[in-house]
Design a protein around this ligand. Sequence first.
Ligand SMILES: *Cc1c(COP(=O)(O)O)cnc(C)c1O
Length: 494
Amino acid sequence: MDYTSTRSQCSVGSARTIAQGIADDGGLFVPRSFPRLDATAMQKLAAGDYRARAREILSLYLTDFTADEIAHSVGAAYSGKFENDDPAPLVEAGEGRFFLELWHGPTCAFKDMALQLLPHLLTAAAGKVGGGKESVILVATSGDTGKAALDGFADIPGTKIVVFYPQDGVSAMQKLQMISQRGSNVFVCGIAGNFDHAQSGVKAIFSDEAMKRDLAAKNLTFSSANSINFGRLAPQIVYYVSAYCDLVRRKKLVPGQRFNVAVPTGNFGNILAGVYARIMGVPVGKFICASNRNAVLSDFIATGVYDRNREFFTTTSPSMDILISSNLERMLHLLSGGDGEFVGRKMEQLRTTGRYAIPEAMLAQLQEIFFGGSCDDEAGARRIGKLFSETHYLVDPHTAVAAEVCERYREATGDASPCVIVSTASPYKFAGAVLPAIGVKTPPSDGFAMLEKLSETTGTEIPAPLAALRGAEILHKTSVAPSEMARFIRDALL
Ligand SMILES: *Cc1c(COP(=O)(O)O)cnc(C)c1O
């Protein structure tokens, strides 16, 4: 299986795609074609456990990797690192509502699903095409990616990891998780700005020729663990296929029966992996693309106009506080039938004017796949409260956005198909927003007291990785202006 750029024709193997992260022309790597799973293949997948499903699906995309390399990577990622044997359990809460819990990994958020696997794929890929250089992983994070990448890459030989996070744009718990990260190869830095500043800064550094030269002189080369790396997307395809297999196995669906999927969306990586699974043969009817108040995506789906020239809101679902959804570029590539020139033009418009529009026919295609909706913090909190009082099921504010938009979709359309709601974070990670939503009028202000209060009120357990943060030593104290990001890297690595 070969990959091409979203912006021009090329043909690159899976190892280079992962090692390089981003295409030479600034575009993103996408598969040149998609593998299909027929009924027999689905049956075989359904019979296996999550790891077997992961090995099978990854081997279809990552054809430069040996079966042993894939098996080793999958084992290292999903055996022992997650709370349960099944890293992606499906929990029914309310008739026909299935929450796909992707947060039982070491950082309590869904990015572990990909970032526990990626380091192993990346070191294998670098061994094949990297010319013996060490990989420097550069990450801009809106909160959860940073810790998940740090945890995945810490002390992995042949790698260094640098994480930039918006200093006032992540939750206290997220920040503590990052600044207490151990590992001889980790660097963490706050940014006086928002996620888009951090992401733009990282993009600029990636294309800084002088920096690249200086790194090469030290036998280092940049690589990316952001969701622009196809190595992040591939593991995410697995859980959509797996959720469908589980629904069939539990007789909630007959094979081939359609179901909908609601995804709390930010950078568009998670939901795009679902679209890839649909192309492979998973019978998804609609993808419900749920935004918080930063409704740039749901507006795009409604109007065909992507416009980032708008007020930026800080919300209780910070991992979705994004105005530039990088992976949408891959969706445009799909919708345009692989027209790199079209995608390049739209991305150039986005860069220069902050805005672009797609043609009418393309919008119709988009709306056939997606329903977009947004919900503010108050509506999200009401949904958390309602779910908890009616079903005793607890969700975090990101998942609540998806659950709320899912209900609005069902009401607006009368489509009562079963729905998988992708649950992206442990409610404990956002206890400060969850507590008032379930009726705790004056929650404690201290992070750990909040965790205890949440546990007490709901009769659920504090996830071990969060409990372990109590008394953690702060190891990373630096914070810089966005313009100083390159300087930080030079100081850290050169
Ligand atoms: C990253 C993240 C999202 C958004 O996922 P994208 O792939 O960026 O769309 C949603 N919820 C949580 C908790 C996240 O960490």
